[in-house]
Every structure is written in structure tokens, then in C-alpha cells.
Design a protein around this ligand. Sequence first.
Ligand code: DGT
Ligand code: CA
Ligand code: CA
Length: 572
Amino acid sequence: MTLQNTEIADRFEELADLLEIEGANPFRVRAYRNAAQLVRGQTRAMADRIEAGEDLTELPGIGDDLADKIAEMVAKGDLELLQEVRGRTPPALVEIMHLKGLGPKRVKALHEALDVDSLEDLRQAAEAGRIRELEGFGEKTEASILRHIEQRQGEEKRTGLARAEALAAPLVEALGAVEGVEQVEIAGSYRRCKETVGDIDILVRAAADSPVMQAFVGFEAVAEVVSQGDTRSTVILRSGLQVDLRRVDTAAFGAALVYFTGSRAHNIAIRRIANGKGYKINEYGVFEDDERIAGETEAGVYGTIDLAWIPPELRENRGEVDAAREGRLPELVTLDDIRGDLHCHTDATDGRHGLAEMAEAAAGRGYDYLAITDHSRRVSMANGLDPERLARQIDAIDALNDELDGITLLKGIEVDILEDGSLDLPDAILERLDLRVCAVHYGQDRSREQQTTRILKAMDNPLFNILAHPTGRLLNKRGPYPLDLQAVLEGAAERGCFVELNANPNRLDLDDDGCMQARELGLKVPVSTDAHQAGHLDFMRFGINQARRGWLEAADVLNTLSLKDLVSALAR
Ligand code: DGT
Ligand code: CA
Ligand code: CA
């Protein structure tokens, strides 16, 4: 058993989490976390590198120890150290640590004092009122823990799109290499670029005698074969992700692609139109009486019912069918439209790379500008900038811009919005910047009204430009904080400021509905990566996926503007 990159990264991350709970040396914890990130971000499989005899220690941050551990996972499919750590610290504590408000120290205390080994143990302890008796915990914390457990237990288990992509890619590649396979497409919510997917639906175009089903159920990362048939099989990968595969003939491939891309609501809407014309539509084609009049291509299927081809991201029955009939589908924004990135961090705070490296990475992606927006002093955990350090960064950026060719660094900050709605740094230093990204990091437990008022008050400061990750949600970790988003978007539109779509795959905040709301208001949305290292600039495409689901065109996205137009758009 050879582990995929995602699986290697998962194990490093779990190791880091468990060691952190144990109170291990923070540098060691960080090294495993960085290794997880690095491996996750690699497009080439570690197994392939090792097989090719490459030296893994040439990868940044990978020393002998980490390289050995990667080799061990590739060779044995397992990591002895992780087994050892799991033996003394229950793996379920990791999930508890990711509950909102509980860090490693508190989890350790709960484990040691109350024998909490699982989410269920924690729920029972909270219900019995035993948590409030612990030092450092109170009645309020206990109630909040209970609330978050209930929220978590009520959620269905879904996989983030970026993770699904990493897990599916090797499988798609393997299927594409099977004899007789002409085309492989992932359909379902994945193709609609939903932020999370329940399972993966793959369609292969192949002749009936192709051995593609055997290849599928025999794929290296399959843990369990749920069902196997001639045209349809289902497996569960070691990562827990379920994959459905359907083999489809050429004549029906477009119809199957429409049907299995969905969404269900979209399918129902187009079936109604077909029925209205006296046609029948299903996964095999569009039929008039018993004659198939379309089926080979998606455009053909839509065309027979007088609809323009609809981009998968829009297929949610949110108005796209009417728009397709009336010829007013949006021309969705693409990655190529993006001229720069408006939110990133450097090693001055909690980022990995320096100004020059970030500038080079942005130039390498063809950008015209990159805004440097490190944290402000309130975020002391991230070594946030005070006015003096920010002033030094301003000088450094000015000096670097003199040398740079083809790319401009914008001087910015991710300044905290304090509890009272003021900004974390004095106007005098904020005024010297090209733009200010403003964020709520602390005091997320306010009421909806308080949080909304706080943000709108911050926006009253004419130096406020962009609200970062507006709802604070972390996918599969914590929900949005209570907020009247519509009021915030309207407030931004009135004041000439903006609300970000944070492209980090764990955030994607604004979500698709938020993008649609912004578009209604004529409010341009900045799509920003919040990169903490150069490679994170590639998160942009996840943001673009979400923007497309939100119907945004290039003109609806702030960072499609030229530098000159951007600067005037930012001026309040
Ligand atoms: P997921 O996997 O929960 O993220 O969402 P989907 O949209 O991928 O749903 P899934 O995997 O259950 O089915 C894939 C697509 O197949 C779905 O979007 C629409 C189509 N489909 C499946 N079952 C039905 C059905 O009973 N009726 C209709 N009209 N379409 C269906
Ligand atoms: Ca699916
Ligand atoms: Ca499915």
C-alpha cells in the first residue's frame, strides 16, 4: 500500500495535532505541520519522486527526519511514530481540539481531569455539568461546547472541494490509461464546484468490453468495494471518500453528463421544459417518441430544448434556466481575468516568505500587482505589526518597488477590527498605505446585532477598504459567526468599500449566495488568497470557482481591474 500525497499530509497533520495536545516542543509540532502543507501542495506524488531516486531533502523545510518519515509512509503505508502517539493520546481528541473555543491545552485538561476521549464523552461531561468545575472553564464555556458539539454531530460528513480534487486526480489519471477508455469526466457536485462534495461521480466514455470496471475496483487507494456491475460501481477510498463510476456509450455521453452533473433541482427544471415540448429526457438522451434526438453532447441536449449550454457552476436552479432560454447567461469570470491579489502575508508576521519572494511568485502568475497585508499588533500570536514595524515595511516595499519590473507591490495591512469597532492601528500610519484590509479575529461570540454594528462602525472610518473573510467560517470546522450579511454588503456599497471572497479552500468566505447578494448591489467583490506562503497564491482558482457559482463576471470582481483603475476604485 502506497500512500497518496493527501494521505501523507493527513498523517503529518494528525501527528502535529496529537503532539500539540501532549504539549510537545512547538518547533517540532510546526515542522510536522509545515511538512503536511508542503506535501499537500505538491502535484507530483512523493512515491514517484522516491521511485525516481530523488532526494526529498531538497524540498524546502524537509530534513533527514521528515524525508525518512515520508519514505516510511510510501514504503509501508503507515507511520510507526503516529501509531505510537495514537496509543497514548486518543485520536478523537484532534476532533475535539478543532471545536470552536477549545485549543490543545484545554483538550489536554479535559482528557486528564475528566477522562474525555471522544466527542461523546465530552457531550456527557458537559451535560452533567462537570466541565464548569474545571479551572479555566466556566458555565458559559460549557454551554458553548455543548452547542458546538450538537452543531457538529448534526452535520453530514462532506469533503472540501480542494481535498476531493487531490484525492480524485490519481484515480482519474489511472482510469484514463485503461484500454478502451476515451474520456473521463467527474460530474456531480464536484463539477458544479460546490465547496464541499458528498461523493465523487465519475463518468467514463468507453466501449462495453473495456476493463475499466476491474481497474476501478482494483485501484490502489480503494479500501472497500460497495458494489460492482457492468455499467456502474461504487467504492470507498482509504480516505473515506465514496466514488461512483459509470460507464457510458458515446451516443449518450452528453446526456449522462447533464444528468449526473445535476443538481437534482436543475434536472427537474429542464425535465419539465422537455416534457412541455413533448420530449422525454433522461441519462440516455432526449427522446421524441422513441427516437433519440440528442445525447452525444451537452450542448446538443440543451439545444433541443431551446436552451444555451449552461456552465456547471450555475446548475442549481437559481435562475440559470430562464437566463439560458432568454440568452442572458452571465459570462463568468475566469482565472485569466485576474490581474492581482489583494491579501497576503509575509515573514514579517505569520507568513513563510519575504517581500521579494512573494513579489516574484505573483509576477510568475502574470499579475500586475500584489497587496502585502500583514497582521496588525492585536494578533500577537501571529507577531502582528505595530506602527513602527509597519513603517519599516512601508519603506522596504517602496525600496523594492523601485527595483521591481512588471509588478507593483501595494502597501497594505490586515488590520484588526477591535471589539468597539475601531481599527487596531492609528489613522496616521494607516493613511500611508495603499489599502487596508480589515478583519474580525477576536470577539466572534457577539450577537448578530452587535457584530453587524461593530463592522458597520469600522466601515465608517474612511480608511476602511476591504472586509476580510466576512463571516469567519472555517469549512468543516466552525460555522459563520452571527451577522446580518445583507446589511454589511449594503453598508459597504453605500460607503465605497468592499467585502472579500477569501479564496483559501478552508474559508471560501463570501460563499456563493454572498457573491450573488453583492452582485445584486453592484458591489465588486475582491477575490483574494490570504496567502501565507508563495504557493498559496494558487488558491486563487478555488476563489474563482466560488465566484463563478455566485454568477460573477469579470466586471463584478475588483481585482480584474488594471492597477490604475483599482487605485481609483479604492478611493473613497
Ligand atoms: P453530493 O454528492 O451530495 O455533493 O451532491 P451531488 O449533486 O453530486 O449528488 P449525487 O452524488 O447524489 O448525484 C449526482 C447527480 O446525479 C445529482 O446532482 C443529480 C443526479 N441525480 C442523482 N439522483 C437523482 C434523482 O433521483 N433525480 C434526478 N433528477 N437527478 C438525480
Ligand atoms: Ca456526488
Ligand atoms: Ca453519487
